[in-house]
Design a protein around this ligand. Structure first.
Ligand code: FAD
Length: 568
């Protein structure tokens, strides 16, 4: 029996209580109302706002969003009038009495504590920024960014303290978005990141263009080093951020953006099952270990769509969808959450970086379904629209696919334009368990100012499908460097002179057919050009003439990034 039916038996009105009134909680409550006019729906939010745009906060700090009110997606009054949902702000849910199906709520303005009965309880308490217990962590001027008051305090500090230098600890999405916004305000920013790359969800060679772009915009990057402590400087005005390697950065402001941890105090104290990663465990109906309690959003562990592992992937899209699914299930529908692909996008100054599915490093670390992943990857650098139409910008793309059946496992892209539209198309394909053969055949929008008749998504599929069919097996730079293979550079001599792989022989594509006799038949030939297209034509011609040839994916442009990663 669903809570809806159960409650209707005694009161006729199911009582749905929601803890947390932002992404997951608000969408759950609103969806529940769309499914039932009878239900009594209440949201308890401990903060001063309901349904605010936390994703907009970096842009509020940077004065791109100037009116704080535009961050408020909805108000309690709107919830009441439009949806007949009661929102109680400054109302912290302190405990769950599972036996009596009641919650204990504290009104943090009046101090009053009271109880409310539920038929269905939805936990959407989100996550909290990680603040490691480092010496000096509580010094004034060290911020985290999660709420509107956080962003207000940061703005006030920037203005009052006339901040000129800031250190961002953590080079993930929030760190990078805030970096851009601080630079926009004329602040000089240093990013301190423990990993050897920014943007941890993507692979290191794909983060290289982002790092280069940050540096080109005057941002100092300090990678592969964690923060050890913070110290107040004798001037009483500045803080020193001291790293494990002993480097010190003086600044007037620090943002800690090193990730979040799920808010699980309530769930834990109520004895609900938690996962090994510390999030609330639910089934694919978003139901917790208690049949009357659901949980959604950053607080829950989710199945990684590709690897099948439990993961914590705090993103707004999944939180919203899970909220909707919980409402559906509570009101008697058989909705199921499909797992999280980690589809995400971030703008950093003039470039966009986006990804979906598993990264290569995740596949190497976790495998798929507990087994080592059998995968291949390809790189490409197509224009975001037809090259003959003014303004075409290259996109650097990486597609990872299963060598068993061509199933898409992940994709990443970086560029100035058209990045997220390609990743969105691949994200949808990935969720349908599509293959690289499907990407080949995808019918996508085309006019010269939007794309190419063979869209970058098609081209990615074609390169991967050519490899799967054995028409053009791909090689990578690591196969070429120091190998016994014959390395054939098919670019023009001028390009070759500008830089090439040591030991490579230059035969431009246009003279290849008449110079094939110069090539060895007893060695593998690895071809390359600038981005991998001419060398693909070369590899195909060579294979048709009986040579053992493979094309180095992504060409010389990918070499630079991969060399940077390997060389460090
Ligand atoms: P939240 O939206 O955090 O809501 C949880 C709410 O529960 C909070 O308001 C909290 O006060 C309340 N609460 C907690 N405990 C209690 C309690 N005991 N009683 C009452 N209330 C309680 N995601 C993206 O996909 N794209 C982005 O561009 C993006 N940008 C972001 C930028 C920033 C600065 C931040 C902070 C996050 C960003 N995110 C982004 C992540 C996204 O905002 C979260 O994944 C999403 O908000 C999670 O939704 P949620 O409902 O689980 O939690």
């Amino acid at each position: 029996m669903t809570p809806n039916e159960e409650s209707k038996q005694h009161s006729g009105k199911p009582r749905i209580l929601v803890v947390g009134g932002v992404a997951g909680g608000a969408s759950c409550a609103a969806r529940a109302r769309r499914l039932s006019e009878d239900a009594e729906i209440m949201i308890f939010e401990r903060g001063p706002y309901v349904s605010f745009a936390n994703c907009g906060l970096p842009y509020f700090v940077g004065d791109v969003i100037t009116d704080e009110r535009s961050l408020l997606v909805a108000t309690p009054e709107l919830f009441k009038r439009r949806f007949n949902i009661e929102v109680r702000l400054q109302s912290e849910v302190r405990a769950i009495d599972r036996a009596k199906q009641e919650i204990e709520v504290k009104n943090t303005t009046t101090g009053e504590t009271y109880r409310e009965r539920y038929d269905a309880l939805v936990l959407a308490p989100g996550s909290a920024p990680i603040r490691p217990p480092l010496p000096g962590i509580d010094l004034p001027g060290i911020f985290t960014l999660r709420t509107i008051p956080d962003s207000r305090q940061m703005k006030q500090w920037i203005t009052e303290r006339k901040v000129e230098r800031a250190v961002i600890v953590g080079g993930g999405f929030i760190g990078l978005e805030t970096t851009e916004n601080l630079v926009r305000r004329g602040i000089s920013v240093t990013i301190v990141e423990m990993l050897p790359q920014v943007m941890p969800p993507i692979d290191p060679e794909m983060a290289v263009p982002v790092q280069d772009h940050l540096a080109a915009n005057g941002v100092s990057l300090h990678l592969s080093d964690g923060v050890a402590k913070f110290e107040q400087n004798p001037d009483g005005h500045t803080i020193s951020v001291i790293t494990k390697s002993g480097a010190a950065f003086s600044c007037e402001m620090v943002l800690l953006a090193i990730g979040v941890r799920p808010e699980t105090t309530l769930a834990k104290e109520a004895g609900l099952e938690l996962g090994q990663l510390g999030g609330i465990r639910t089934n694919d109906h978003m139901r917790t270990s208690d049949e009357h309690i659901w949980a959604v959003g950053d607080a829950v562990e989710v199945r990684d769509f590709v690897t099948g592992d439990w993961s914590l992937i705090p993103l707004a899209g999944p939180a919203n969808r899970q909220g909707r699914i919980a409402a559906d299930v509570i009101l008697g529908r058989d909705a199921r959450f499909r797992g999280v692909q980690g589809t995400a996008v971030c703008r950093v100054f003039d470039i966009t970086v986006a990804a979906t599915g598993a990264s290569e490093k995740t596949l190497q670390r976790r495998g798929i379904g507990g087994q080592p992943a059998q995968y291949e990857k390809i790189y490409l650098h197509p224009g975001h629209h037809a090259n003959y139409y003014p303004g075409a910008k290259p996109i650097t793309m990486k597609l990872i696919f299963s060598t068993k059946d061509g199933r898409i496992l992940g994709a990443q892209a970086v560029g100035e334009e058209g990045v997220e539209k390609r990743i969105d198309a691949i994200a949808m394909a990935l969720q349908r368990n599509s293959t690289v053969f499907d990407l080949e055949e995808a019918e996508l929008c085309y006019a010269p100012q939007f794309g190419t008749a063979k869209d970058p998504v098609n081209v990615a599929g074609m390169i991967a499908a050519n490899s799967m069919r054995g028409d053009s097996p791909v090689a990578h730079w690591k196969d070429a460097v120091g190998s016994k293979a014959f390395i054939l550079d098919v670019r023009e001599p001028g390009e070759f002179k500008m830089g090439h792989l040591e030991g490579a022989v230059n035969i431009p594509l246009n003279s290849l057919r008449v110079r094939m006799h110069e090539l060895p038949r007893d060695r593998e030939i690895l071809t390359y050009c600038a981005v991998g297209q001419r060398s693909y034509y070369a590899a195909r011609a060579l294979r048709l003439h009986g040579f053992n040839a493979r094309n180095i994916s992504g060409g010389f442009r990918s070499y630079g990034a991969q060399r940077q990663v390997e060389g460090r």
